[in-house]
Ligand binder design. Structure first.
Ligand code: PXL
Length: 281
């Protein structure tokens, strides 16, 4: 039986992000995630990175007006049910994205929910964002976000809180929520106090929800943050509430990391393919 009923238009979502020539992270990961969730993926490319599984050797930001034009063109024609951001590269691109999202009805003021993954560095520590851009994330994008999904490195860069225990994870969620997003998801993957599990924390300004999951001993987690944010956006595009979509995103990323694979000489990617058939084509 086909998973996608013949002729039925799936919900559409947009990724606003960078490319990874190694295919593990960024736009490639987002589009695979969308596809395996039955969501049609649209793209606004913000930067082209030169990288393989060993590291990023260069990146080339796209002109801000071209980023904005991609968003405007798609939104004028296709009904977007969700959007997510990944590597935005510079303060100028973030400014252009915020304005284009307002015009397109994406984010707080519009009807299209917006997931902000505040990507700042690769898992190798290669910088993917200009230093001057952190302020733009805090002031321009967080107030427009339905959900923000920082990991603990990003929490440290954004609000200068070094999260070493659960109490600090709660504190960070409160400080981030005060910057304006509807929901904050502080991902606990880098919290070393949790040795067997990995607890992400969701906060809506009133109540906290801990989302526990297994911790896998693997170096193959490239693209994991992108994949989780794209799965959350997919859930939103398919009509879930934000808490439902975040819980779905957690289930999705657990399976994607469980199925992560080795590739090249460096860090392999998490796998979105767990959700599709491997029958011969
Ligand atoms: O996983 C973060 C990320 C996002 N987007 C792009 C990347 C990376 C990490 O390397 O290259 C384009």
């Amino acid at each position: 039986m086909p998973l996608q009923p013949v002729g039925v238009t799936p919900p559409a979502a947009m990724t606003i992000a960078g490319t990874d020539s190694g295919g593990g992270a960024g736009v490639a990961a987002d589009l695979r995630t969308f596809a395996t969730c039955g969501v049609h993926g649209c793209v606004a490319v913000c930067a082209v990175t030169v990288q393989n599984t060993v590291g990023v050797t260069d990146f080339h930001p796209i002109p801000p007006e071209t980023v904005a034009a991609q968003i405007a063109s798609v939104a004028a024609d296709i009904e977007l049910r969700a959007a997510k951001t990944g590597m935005l590269a510079s303060a100028e691109i973030i400014t252009a994205v915020a304005e284009a999202c307002d015009d397109a009805g994406i984010g707080a003021t519009g009807r299209t929910p917006l997931v902000i993954d505040p990507v700042a560095a690769s898992m190798h520590g290669d910088q993917l964002l200009a230093d001057s851009a952190l302020e733009a994330f805090r002031t321009l994008l967080f107030p427009r976000a339905t959900v923000i999904t920082p990991n603990l490195d990003e929490v440290r860069l954004l609000i200068d809180i070094d999260v070493h225990d659960r109490a600090a994870q709660y504190e960070a969620a409160k400080v981030l929520h005060a910057l304006g997003p509807r929901f904050v998801l502080v991902k606990g993957g880098h919290l070393r106090e949790d040795t067997d599990d990995c607890v992400d924390l969701l906060y809506d300004g009133h109540s906290f929800t801990e989302l526990p999951g297994p911790r896998f001993e693997t170096g193959n987690t490239h693209g994991g943050g992108d994949t989780m944010a794209a799965a959350i956006a997919s859930g939103l595009a398919r009509g879930m509430t934000p808490p439902e979509a975040v819980a779905f995103g957690k289930r999705y990323i657990v399976e994607a990391v469980r199925n992560a694979f080795s590739l090249g000489a460096g860090h392999g990617p998490v796998s979105q393919l767990w959700r599709i058939s491997t029958e011969p084509v």
